[in-house]
Design a binder for this molecule. Structure first.
Ligand code: NAD
Ligand code: MG
Length: 408
């Protein structure tokens, strides 16, 4: 990627830690940094299970420290970094160490709830966090928001919709906002019938029309669960209640988020569907970089269309919005149950249709047994998460009793 730059900061290069450096967001982050080498240094990179890919990104970016979550990959990581001068470590504590290495900003791009602990550690150490991992806020939103305020640090939104809204908001008064709207592409099943969606295969769910992303978020997008998670993310990130959060299906993925004010004005964030745009915005915030990210050509796009989401065909969105409105820790439960359900779908143990059903059943069972409560801390959120996972596994095991479609 060709990139020229304005320095991210007058104080010299900004030092970055990338958590989830080998994933989709991690690679796009590496691409932006590699194209603006004089603006950034890389203090540490962390990845999950692939030591070779992690060593490659660490070498490409001249990172000082590389941490792999899987301890069995330590020898391979050390070998792959031999002679580079880059320190290697492995295991969950090594990932936390990466998060805590001195830096100006931590890119939180681990997939799923695995990202909660390292991201919270970075926030608690006072780091500015560029937040790609939406599960952090869905699982433990109140604790993250409280800690950010207590540390006087920022959570900068990398998720494209939230980044667009963040840019559209400027310094406006939250009280003067009538509605915040997140758009959804509608995913690969936007025009499919409910019957066809119910029987969709993992291969079909993994074919996103506009975005290239990791497998979990791609499956979430296909059922609009991703948009539900994002509405919950927006609720915590912007401190705005569910009633002022809206979703529109917008197949072109050009307008990512809109803010309607009480005077009738509407501001919006537009860009080509390329995650390097919000990533570059966060990495250099409040400055801007010149990047080689895709440019938006509105004349080539021609038409922009918007429609209301269809809850009958995409029940996962309704289930997520219900969880947000119910409160009582249900977003935490929803997030955990969804991770288990998506993994089971990808392993072909359940149908696509079962994902939303399983998540809803887990939320209902949690409400019914009287244990539902708002998490008081990250530790409490992770305890709720753990119980919800066990409950979802148990529901999965009795799948036939619940009438789940198991063949796909
Ligand atoms: P991905 O699956 O492509 O990458 C995940 C990364 O996390 C990999 O580097 C993996 O090795 C690493 N990882 C997994 N477990 C780990 C652990 N325990 N410790 C350290 N690293 C670990 O996922 P992605 O698409 O890049 O998404 C990352 C996050 O960003 C998700 O929360 C997703 O919802 C969010 N997000 C992604 C996009 C996108 O376009 N990909 C857009 C918006 C938000
Ligand atoms: Mg998004």
């Amino acid at each position: 990627m060709a990139a020229t730059l304005a320095k991210a900061d007058d104080r010299g290069p900004r030092s970055i830690v990338i958590l989830g450096a080998t994933g989709s967001i991690g690679k796009s982050t590496a691409d932006i940094i590699a194209g603006a080498k004089e603006a950034f240094t890389v203090a540490a990179v962390a990845g999950g299970r692939d030591p070779i890919a992690l060593a490659r990104v660490a070498r490409d970016l001249g990172a000082k420290f590389a941490a792999l979550a899987d301890p069995s990959g330590y020898a391979a990581l050390k070998d792959a970094l031999a002679g580079s001068g880059i320190e290697a470590a492995a295991g969950p504590d090594a990932v936390i160490e990466a998060a805590l290495r001195p830096s100006d900003m931590v890119m939180a791009a681990i997939a799923g709830t695995a990202g909660v602990g390292p991201t919270y550690a970075a926030l608690s150490a006072g780091r500015t966090v560029a937040l790609a991992n939406k599960e952090c806020l869905v699982c433990a939103g109140p604790a993250f928001v409280r800690q950010a305020a207590a540390m006087g640090t920022r959570l900068l939104p990398v998720d494209s919709e939230h980044n667009a809204i963040f840019q559209a908001l400027g310094d406006s008064d939250l009280a003067m906002i009538e509605m915040m709207t997140l758009t959804a592409s509608g995913g690969p099943f936007r025009t499919w019938t409910a019957e066809a969606i119910a029987k969709a295969t993992p291969e079909q769910a993994l074919q996103h029309p506009n975005w290239s992303m990791g497998p979990k978020i791609t499956v979430d997008s296909a059922g609009l669960m991703n948009k539900g998670l994002e509405v919950i993310e927006a609720h915590y990130l912007f401190g705005i209640e569910a009633e002022r959060l809206d979703v529109l299906v917008h197949a072109q993925s050009v307008v990512h988020g809109l803010v309607a004010f009480r005077d009738g004005s509407v501001t919006a964030g537009l860009a080509a569907p390329d995650m390097r745009v919000p990533i570059a915005h966060c990495l250099s915030y409040p400055r801007r970089l010149t990047t080689g990210a895709r440019r938006l050509d509105l004349a080539a796009v021609g038409q922009l269309t918007f429609e209301r989401p269809d809850f009958a065909r995409f029940p996962a969105l309704r289930v997520a919005l219900d969880a947000l409105r119910a409160g009582c820790g249900l977003p935490t439960v929803l997030n955990a149950a969804n991770e288990v359900a998506v993994a089971a779908f990808l392993e072909r143990r359940i149908s696509f249709h079962d994902i939303a059903r399983l998540v809803e059943q887990c939320c209902e069972a949690t409400l019914a047994d009287g244990t539902a409560h708002d998490p008081e801390s990250v530790a409490d959120a992770l305890a709720i998460d753990h119980i919800a996972r066990e409950r979802t596994q148990a529901l999965l095991a009795q799948g036939s009793t619940f009438g789940m479609v198991t063949a796909c």
